[in-house]
Design a protein around this ligand. Sequence first.
Ligand code: 8X3
Length: 257
Amino acid sequence: MASLTGKIVLVTGASAGIGKATAIAFAKEGSRLLLCARRLDKLQSFQQELLSAGAEAVHAFALDVRDHSAVDAAIAALPANWQKIDILVNNAGLSRGLSKLHEDDPENWEEMIDTNVKGLLYVTRAVVPGMVARGEGHVINLGSTAGHLTYANGAVYCATKAAERVISEGLKIDLMGTPVRVTSIDPGMVETDFSVIRFRGDEDKAAKVYQNITPLQAEDVADAIVWTASRPVHVNIHTVLMTTIDQANSMVLHRHS
Ligand code: 8X3
């Protein structure tokens, strides 16, 4: 296992869910955590927890990954001792709505495509040249089972995750000849506020998604992320497709009676 102690890890969308669990998991490895999300106060609320868990240092900043110029400016403005990003976890992402494509609100598409696809590209474009120049780095993108198999009423969300899968493949190809690694972490159902956000705060509807199944927890996904990051540097884990034991793919679930 390669040591993650002192490694600078940038996590986008780090304020909750898989992003926050990932920050905690890297903190336990003694990493230096560079965290961003739209809400800085949320990041600051668990900064001390990260230090207590073992993080060497924490630097948090507000960022909406949908804003291309803000992404470039934020990366360019990092303090000198935070600029050499070793690991980028492109976690920021969301789903909005669960409707037939021909009846859906295009606003939902804008938000998902701008965050899950364009935001990921902007951050990658801002960070990866430094990794190439320094001759080390690892990009870990958050995909989904939804990027492998399309489900009803989820065409655009599934499309964004299929895009993430293909972008990860393409980035890996383009980085051949460099030591920069690329991984796509593709979980199925994870019990976070993912569904509450999808249903714009409707907690009852969100709870039904996970009813009578044992979903993955954010910590399970964070564990896989840290595992890929801690392989020896000549090992590139391309894809981790992971689900709860109650899920076979994005369509087939076993609900306990
Ligand atoms: C999350 C998995 O099946 O809820 O990406 O879309 S699913």
